[in-house]
Design a protein around this ligand. Structure first.
Ligand code: P6P
Length: 335
């Protein structure tokens, strides 16, 4: 049965957000507006992503974009566009981005929310036409309204997220997010410039037969992770690794699978970032019936201490994550 608040497939994102807002008495509309601002930025990035090749082609003629900026890398453009959309939207007082070291203040200290984002993850894939994605995570600020936001607004912990989502620029463009209840996916329809509800109340399969990791690093993995990979091969699972986290995550979410980025020699703490990759995907994953762990604990339980801290990430179908944990911590159940 669908979630009681489920909307009919095909409804627009704007209508969906309005319906869900009216269902929650406390909702005062700021989070709704913030989600619309993210969706708008996604439409703009989608257009830039789809033009990337052409801009490269015309780049030789010294073409400039509308802001008169010389052609920049697409992830830099995505960062600028998201900061602008979130700042102009008026609901956000501060942002952290994969693209910038420090907290980005919007100048609006009345904003109730802060956003952690990876504006364009996997951007090395753009030049070879592979899917890429935006990941975002939203918190209510803990510093007083009107004061200057601080790092404390971003280090609240994964369970404190009020919303999290991603936009996947793939064969189609799809925005997937949750505000803590169900997970819903909206596919962008160019012809009307709207996102339409395409997957209501997304639930991942309890198990799956797809595993995703960079097997080129296999010899660097903990021997118990290697044993799990051998187990996958003995079970004749399928290996699928796009090298773009959002694309790998989304496929596994829909079909059932597990994504692994274990510690490596180059990244002994893991490669992926906690605040704007692991936390938001774990927040979504758990509400779609998945599990997400760093190999010791649930990702959402990891203590944050640094804006750009890294973590190992094992995320996907619950039975597959449990099987991995059985290899990592034999004898412990439901760890
Ligand atoms: P590797 C892309 O750079 C990224 O951050 C994720 O999107 C992707 O899953 C991972 O890194 C790929 O890393 O080391 O396998 O190339």
């Amino acid at each position: 049965t669908l979630h009681p608040l489920a909307q009919p497939v095909g409804t627009t994102l704007d209508r969906y957000i309005m319906q869900r807002q009216s269902a929650f008495a406390y909702a005062t509309g700021e989070l709704s507006q913030l989600l619309r601002d993210v969706a708008l930025a996604g439409k703009i990035i989608n257009r830039e992503v789809n033009r990337a090749g052409l801009i490269d082609l015309t780049g030789g003629m010294g073409s400039e974009n509308v802001q008169g900026e010389s052609q920049q890398k697409l992830d830099v453009i995505a960062n600028i566009r998201f900061k602008r959309a979130l700042t102009n939207g008026g609901e956000v007082c501060a942002i952290i981005s994969e693209e910038e070291e420090d907290i980005i203040l919007t100048g609006n200290n009345q904003g109730k929310y802060v956003v952690a984002m990876d504006p364009l993850d996997g951007s090395s894939n753009i030049d070879v036409n592979v899917s890429i994605g935006t990941i975002f995570s939203i918190y209510r600020r803990v510093t007083p309204i009107g004061s200057q936001p601080t790092i404390d607004d971003f280090l609240q912990g994964g369970h404190e997220q009020v919303a999290a989502g991603y936009i996947l620029y793939g064969s189609s463009t799809i925005m997937v997010y949750t505000t803590g209840h169900s997970v819903n996916a909206f596919t962008y329809d160019y012809s009307i410039g709207e996102y339409l509800l395409s997957h209501a109340d997304l639930r991942t399969p309890a198990t799956g037969t797809i595993y995703s990791c960079n097997e080129g690093n296999r010899n660097q993995y903990d021997i118990r992770v290697q044993e799990y990979l051998t187990h996958c091969q003995q079970q004749h699972y399928t290996a699928r690794y796009i090298g773009s986290l959002v694309a790998d995550f989304h496929r596994n979410l829909l079909k059932g699978g597990i994504y692994l980025y274990p510690p490596t020699t180059k990244n002994p703490q893991g490669k992926l970032r906690l605040l704007y990759e692991a936390y938001p995907l774990a927040f979504i994953a758990e509400r779609a019936g998945c599990r997400a762990t760093d190999g010791q604990q649930s990702v959402l339980d990891i203590e944050p201490h640094d804006l750009h801290q890294r973590t190992p990430l094992y995320i996907g179908a619950p039975a597959m994550v449990q099987s991995l944990m059985d290899h990592l911590q034999p004898g412990l159940t439901n760890s």
